[in-house]
Design a protein around this ligand. Structure first.
Ligand code: ARG
Length: 575
């Protein structure tokens, strides 16, 4: 691990131990980037209070113990420690990172089994923009965990069951399987649903048929199940088109929809009741996890079985959490789902803890996804007020990207490839680069911009580095340095690059892809400064400087490429 902030934390802690005794060796040294040096450590001020000594005196004592340190330490102001690392240390660490295929990213020890519940659109409705964000954030988390060596089990908790399927299957019979399949595969799920719904509301005979069909479906009638499969398979084929377009890693093997839990629901209820975790309240089977009260101060129920005997969303989630812990052997379960379901998950987790299905050794976390807003600040909709079709939205991103690069003279095949990478990259990165729980304004102009914290900016930065190597006829793999730091922009770039391993680990631990985005953006910016100030291939650059700068280019390229891959943002070779 070469991250300077972590190295410094360790060094200062050792100094604290030596200067004030081991009981102070685990104090947070409060290392922060500094205006006046590379970093500052602010620990002397807080420690001074506890030791009842003058902060400057404490700072001097720490400094005295930092003698074998690869840099200079100065005490300033009330007791800041200003720390500047030696160029030679930064250069050596960067050189080492360049030789490390993992670029300083550690591996999880021991590896964990991480179940990630994400995407989870509902059949019979158009997969809408809300599911776009859970799909993209979830997929980035899956990639990050795999990169750290964890075992990732993706679970696409499709909404594929429930009473609406009675009318959906009857409608399928009315219009014919072939027509239904064509419509669903084309992503017209919403229209299909609305047509079925309209008949259900206006046609008594249809309503009756639909109700009967729900019962036959639940009883497992083979022909009804076949029709359900026809419906679901066509729907999933449409979801897969979206996943393919986006380059999302979900496959059919990851589908673990609500229907999968049907055979477990009765036992789920029985076990909860038998163990005393759930009780009958007003005819319904309910869990009352402690600490949850409604507006009337009455305990809030998690309803496991409705008073009419029906199961619901919570029943499935209780069965699912048991399955994930017991059968999938999860150490960590991430639920990448809309923030509006926060209460539901808090209650499910609490209920599962009460039942003993979620031991303290397993963490269950709701990775809350904030709502997608239109430019007007309201829920994202089309002008006519309908929710926006995802496929249309993605196509528009690709069309706009095509227009943006139209004048660059690429042949048709390359143009298509780049437009796809830029369009999909822009949409994905826009979702990832803001904290996942904040609301987020969908704005094509901003996300497709070639400046600022956007995918096109980062994609362009890495493509530009590739073009440097192309122009020089040099294979980046041969640019091994040695790295020697002279110009300030070189040093700043090298120092920035050293933080990669730590930020990948932190991003994964906290489930916060925007941290990696911010890091990559800072890296691309540092590279831009470097490239403006430090000629690489220009005539007159001496061979050692050239070799060092090429090595910095190669390292930056690897960091940007690996980082974008971990986010699931495509990396075009040219732009
Ligand atoms: N299908 C649900 C929805 O669209 C999301 C499911 C999330 N996962 C879960 N285990 N409840 O809101």
């Amino acid at each position: 691990m070469t991250d300077p902030q972590i190295v410094l934390t360790e060094r200062v802690q050792q100094a604290l131990g030596r200067a004030f005794g081991q009981e102070h060796a685990d104090a947070d040294p409060l290392i922060r980037p500094s205006q006046f040096a590379d970093f500052q450590a602010n620990v002397a001020m807080s420690l001074a209070k506890r030791l009842r000594r003058a902060p400057r005196e404490v700072a001097e004592a720490i400094k005295a113990e930092l003698s074998d340190f690869p840099g200079t330490v100065e005490v300033s102001g009330p007791g800041f420690l200003n720390i500047t690392l030696d160029d030679s240390w930064v250069a050596a660490e960067a050189g080492q990172m360049l030789g490390d295929p993992r670029l300083g990213v550690g591996t999880a020890t021991p590896p964990q089994t991480v179940v990630i519940d994400y995407s989870a659109p509902n059949a019979a409705k158009e997969m809408h923009v809300g599911h776009l964000r859970t799909t993209i954030v979830g997929d980035a988390l899956a990639r990050l965990h795999e990169h750290l060596g964890n075992t990732v089990i993706r679970q696409n908790h499709l909404g594929d069951w429930g009473t609406p399927f009675g009318m959906l299957i009857e409608h399928l019979l009315d219009i014919g399987e072939e027509a239904a399949v064509a419509q669903l595969e084309a992503g017209m799920g919403t229209e299909y649903y609305q047509a079925a719904r309209a008949k259900f509301d206006s046609d008594e005979a249809f309503k009756t048929r639909a109700r009967v069909r729900v019962t036959t479906l639940q009883s497992g009638d083979p022909e009804t199940l076949r029709l359900w499969h026809v419906f679901m398979d066509a729907t999933v084929r449409y979801f897969n088109k979206i996943y393919d377009l986006l380059g999302v890693t979900l496959t059919d093997a990851d589908i673990a929809g609500e229907s999968m839990y049907n055979p477990m629901l009765q036992k789920t209820c029985d076990d909860l009741q038998d163990s005393g975790t759930a009780e009958i309240s007003e005819g319904a089977l309910c869990v009352f996890p402690p600490g949850f009260t409604g507006s009337d101060d009455k305990p809030l129920p998690l309803i496991i079985r409705k008073s009419d005997g029906g199961y619901g969303y919570a029943t499935t989630d209780m069965a699912a959490i048991r399955y994930r812990v017991h059968d999938l052997k999860a150490d960590r379960i991430l639920y990448v789902v809309g923030a509006d379901q926060a209460l539901h998950f808090r209650m499910v987790f609490a209920g599962a803890r009460m039942a003993g299905w979620l031991p303290d050794t397993v963490s269950a976390e709701h990775v809350q996804i904030g709502m997608m807003l239109g430019k007007d600040g309201r829920r994202f909709k089309t002008r006519s007020g309908e929710s926006v079709k995802l496929m249309d939205l993605l196509q528009e991103a690709i069309d706009r990207a095509t227009a943006a690069i139209a004048d660059r003279g690429y042949d048709e095949r390359l143009q298509k490839e780049i437009a796809h990478a830029v369009g999909m990259g822009a949409v994905k990165y826009a979702d990832l680069s803001v904290s996942h729980d904040s609301e987020y304004v969908f704005d094509f102009d901003r996300m497709l911009g070639f400046t600022g914290n956007t995918a096109p900016y980062l994609q362009y930065a890495q493509a530009r580095i590739r073009s440097i190597f192309r122009r020089g006829g040099i294979d980046p793999a041969t640019a091994t340095g040695p790295i020697v730091l002279g110009a300030p922009a070189e040093r700043a770039l090298a120092l920035q690059l050293l933080g990669f391993g730590a930020v990948v680990e932190q991003t994964t631990a906290l489930s916060e892809p925007h941290r990696l985005c911010a890091f990559l953006y800072a890296t691309a910016t540092a590279f831009t400064d470097f490239f403006e100030q430090c000629p690489v291939l220009k005539e007159g650059v001496d061979p050692d400087t050239r070799a060092s700068r090429l090595a910095l280019c190669a390292l930056t390229l690897q960091v940007l490429e690996t980082g974008l891959n971990l986010l699931g943002v495509p990396v075009p070779e040219r732009m």
